[in-house]
Ligand binder design. Structure first.
Ligand code: ATP
Ligand code: MG
Length: 400
């Protein structure tokens, strides 16, 4: 039950562009918000409304912080603001603007402007008049604040709709499209910096994410597995959860070490991972594979070796980082909060077996031929039988 109400105004992002598809997008946006808020607050402790291109979330003031955490990690909204909701008389609106101004000054802000929008034309002041009168009222109440039309430190927003909404602290949302509007993809998630960012980027285009992690126990440690689970938890907090498939690849790697020319071992391992991942994807209705590969970042990511890696696949492989340099990827990892975990120093299965002199420009026919010689079918079947699934992150829409 909502007792002490807090109000949030949400501005949808690219949804406004989606013409005929718009209804479907909006339905999924609503569903995602309801799922996340229900899981965090309980179904009775919030209300979600949408009218005239805005969404409104109402919750208890005591749960404002957790609600804001959810909004900060929600794909599909361009911005959000905690608002004062008042009746639609000029006096109530001006008083709320003054209160907002007081809060701005307490936060050390010295300049502001008013931006007003009036959807309800029966309100007696025009948008321009609201700006002038509210600006005056704020300055009278808080003399240390000055109006600055160009580059103010803060903007007080006034929206006259079914009610009047006033806010001084509008936040940028993640933008993008609601998760689930673009089917699902299977992310190859290592413990590195790149793959969590890759998954996050595709989620931002509306893709639901499952993930697969290949480990080589006892060559790789339990800590390494825990680290990947933590990464899946973080990425999953943006994607309505992630189902993480943990696959033991030790026998496959040992076979590669025994039978493949050492220079080819990383490319062979990548081909085996891709084949296994494709089978998991098909079983779980994922429409593509997603990797954190970036062109020429390491030997296995030259264009020739990437071509070898995907040469036996039918599903498309999406590589959202392909044209990004490492610094940019690191900055993104920091901003989505995965970086600190990614740099924990536990060996990945690739590094354990990696050769000193890997082939740089593999020939695809040769790669296929070598790969067939490895006769991995039974080993892959076995590995897939032992698929252990971890549910990570926010309540998974996958479960619904
Ligand atoms: P990352 O930082 O994500 O580990 P990287 O730069 O270390 O990337 P590689 O180790 O060459 O690159 O791996 C390339 C991609 O292959 C990874 O981004 C990931 O998608 C996939 N991958 C590598 N190792 C694994 C693994 N053990 N389990 C699942 N996927 C993996
Ligand atoms: Mg790696």
């Amino acid at each position: 039950m909502i007792v002490n109400e807090a109000t949030y105004l949400l501005k949808p992002g690219e949804l406004t562009l989606k013409g005929g598809n718009r209804e479907g997008f909006e339905r999924i946006l609503r569903r995602n918000l309801i799922l996340l808020l229900s899981a965090a607050l309980g179904r009775k402790n919030f209300r979600l409304e949408n009218t005239n291109g805005r969404y409104y979330v109402f919750c208890n003031e005591e749960e404002a912080e957790i609600t804001e955490k959810i909004l900060d990690r929600f794909f599909g909204i361009a911005g959000w603001a905690k608002a004062r909701k008042t009746g639609k008389t000029p006096e109530e609106v001006l008083a709320a603007c003054a209160a907002e101004g007081r809060e701005l000054s307490l936060r050390g802000i010295r300049s502001f402007k008013i931006e007003a929008r009036r959807t309800d034309k029966s309100f007696p002041l025009s948008s321009y008049e609201i700006c002038c009168r509210a600006g005056d009222r704020v300055r009278e109440t808080v003399p240390c604040l000055e109006v600055r039309v160009k580059n103010p430190e803060a903007v007080i927003g006034v929206e006259i709709r079914e009610k009047a909404f006033i806010y001084g602290d509008a936040r940028r949302g993640l933008g993008g499209l609601p998760v689930g509007t673009a089917g699902r993809g299977l992310l190859l998630l290592s413990g590195g910096i790149d793959s969590p960012v890759a998954g996050w980027m595709m989620a931002g285009r509306g893709m639901g994410i499952d993930a697969v992690y290949f480990h080589a126990y006892p060559y790789t440690s339990e800590e390494a597995r825990q680290k990947v689970i933590t990464l899946a938890e973080i990425v999953g907090s943006y994607t309505l959860g992630i189902r993480l498939h943990c696959i033991g690849f030790t026998k496959v790697q040992v076979r590669i070490k025994e039978r493949a020319p050492p220079a080819w071992s990383t490319v062979m391992l990548r081909m085996a991972m891709m084949e296994c991942a494709e089978r998991i994807a098909r079983r779980n209705r994922c429409r593509c594979l997603i990797t954190g590969e970036s062109l020429s970042q390491v030997a296995s990511q030259t264009i020739e070796n990437l071509t070898c890696t995907q040469s036996r696949l039918k599903l498309p492989v999406l590589r959202p980082l392909i044209g990004m340099d490492k610094d940019r990827i690191i900055r993104m990892a920091e901003s989505i909060n995965t970086y600190e975990t990614s740099i924990l120093p536990y060996a990945d299965c690739c590094s354990v077996f990696s050769p000193a002199h890997p082939i740089l420009r593999g020939n695809t026919d040769e790669a296929k031929c070598l790969y067939e010689g490895l006769q991995l079918e039974n080993l892959l079947d076995e590995a897939l039988k032992e698929d252990k699934i971890e549910k990570c992150g926010a309540l998974s829409a996958n479960e619904k």
